[in-house]
Design a protein around this ligand. Structure first.
Ligand code: SAJ
Length: 432
């Protein structure tokens, strides 16, 4: 059993703390936010993540997990604080530095310090080590240090914490092995060992791969609207190739990871990271494209109202941080459109009920592919709206069912209108 101090009790730190506390360790969770500390000490949680509430409640009740605003002596320290991006598209490492500085007075020989926050390459060596060195301990001999990125998907965090493979980058071999042994308390995936800078880049490359792939899908979507084909069907068929896996287009890339991390590579190698920077710009341009689609649809209509379906950054989560839907709705409001925003999960003062959002609307704009939206009944919607017009940016709605109720349906990236084709490509694929 070890005493572990987890710094930063957010989407990654809190689940990580709960996992260690549930697997034989005592965990002191640290957060600068007093409200969060109070909530956790009460056995509650401040974020929404499946199965997390029960685990935190149990660990706090068993005395295995408690929270405080300042760190204390421990055998291992895990830093999982946010690393947002500045206006100049550079990593803001101030929280990492503050967290590292706060543990220096508590470090003793034999301790292990792990950085989990996503950071530009060389942060562990060039920024973390000099701060930890102020403890007077000899790095490697007396103080073990590793970089171990989190790789879990919001919405599946607890499951992925256990089952995903992990990459541990030690500043030397003994640091890597010590971190591996610690994570082995609950990780069932493989734990791979490497150096700290390679581990930092591995994390950034994973999210950059996804961002570039989504940018490719978005570029195909923009091309489809000019060239006259259906991008969703084309991607579906292309992915039938054994070595192709094109991601899905959409109204933009949100969240605080995929839309941010590629910039950390650009910052480190501006001249070389050309594809990565272009992909970021393509994905960042998608909200404007959606706004233009809306403007085209509403031309000539007086005082139009838009019923917006979905505000979160992606499907089936409640998180609105860096959400393209938030950006799109803000821009539509600036343009003077009246909005009724409905989201079954998001917690925002802007959200109204589905009926309120729909009543008198001239256009339905679907921005998030929440499972719940598949259950919306087109005939009930038809009775509430003023005009039967719909833009689906995620291709989740059953177009035929909506068309049957008289809706004019536009799908992002559908350069070919369904009613123009004798049978859709999807139907053709079923026949084959
Ligand atoms: N999106 C698309 N098309 C797609 C897939 C996603 O437009 O085909 C959009 C989503 O709607 C969303 C954004 O991309 O707006 C990001 O969503 P996501 O599900 O791709 O990623 P995150 O940010 O929720 O989590 C990612 C994950 N990284 C990878 O899958 C490589 C997760 O494993 C990481 O741990 C997490 O970033 C992180 O914390 O870095």
């Amino acid at each position: 059993m070890k005493k572990i101090c987890v710094l930063g009790l957010g989407y990654i730190g809190l689940p990580t703390a709960a996992m260690f506390a549930g697997n034989g360790h005592i965990v002191a969770g640290v957060d600068v936010n007093e409200d969060i500390v109070a909530v956790i000490n009460n056995g509650d949680i401040h974020i929404n993540e499946p199965n997390l509430a029960g685990r935190v409640k149990e660990a706090v009740a068993a005395g295995k997990l408690y929270a405080a605003t300042t760190p204390e002596t421990a055998d291992a320290f895990i830093i999982s604080v946010p690393t947002p991006i500045t206006a100049e598209k550079r990593a803001d490492l101030s929280s990492v530095c503050k967290a590292a500085e706060s543990i220096v007075p508590h470090l003793k020989a034999g301790d292990l310090v792990i950085l989990e926050s996503t950071v530009p390459p060389r942060t562990t060596l060039d920024i973390l080590l000099p701060i930890l060195g102020r403890s007077g301990l000899c790095i490697g001999d007396e103080l073990l240090v590793a970089y171990c990125p989190e790789r879990v998907l919001p919405g599946k965090i607890l499951e992925e914490l256990v089952n995903n493979n992990r990459i541990v980058g030690g500043v030397d071999d003994s640091s890597a092995v010590a971190a591996q042994n610690l994570y082995a308390s609950f990780v069932r995936g493989e734990i791979f060992l490497t150096d700290a800078t390679t581990a930092e880049m591995t994390k950034l490359m994973e999210n950059t791969y996804r961002d570039v792939n989504i940018a490719l899908a978005n570029e195909f979507a923009l091309i489809s609207e000019k060239a006259g084909f259906n991008v969703w069907d084309a991607i579906y068929f292309a992915n039938k190739h054994p070595r192709v896996n094109i991601h899905q287009p959409g109204p933009g890339v949100g969240g605080h990871c995929i839309a941010v991390d590629p910039w950390f590579i650009v910052e480190s190698a501006k001249g070389e990271a050309r594809l990565i920077e272009t992909a970021r710009k393509i994905n960042d341009s998608m909200p404007s494209h959606v706004v233009n689609l809306v403007r085209q649809q509403l031309q000539g209509i007086s005082d139009p109202k838009i019923a917006v379906l979905g505000l979160t950054y992606k499907a089936n989560v409640d998180d609105c941080r860096e959400s393209p839907a938030v950006e799109i709705t803000a821009r539509l409001e600036q343009l003077g459109y009246r909005l009724g925003i409905y989201d079954p999960l998001a917690k925002s003062k802007k959200i109204v009920t589905l009926a309120e959002a729909l009543r008198g609307a001239d256009l339905l704009l679907l921005l998030v592919n929440h499972d719940d939206f598949g259950f919306i009944n087109p005939s009930r919607v038809a009775r509430l709206v003023r005009r039967r017009s719909l833009i689906d940016t995620r291709r989740v709605l059953d177009v035929e069912a909506w068309q049957k109720e008289g809706f004019n349906v536009t799908t992002l990236g559908e350069g070919i209108r369904r009613e123009d084709t004798a049978c859709s490509l999807r139907d053709a694929s079923r026949v084959n």
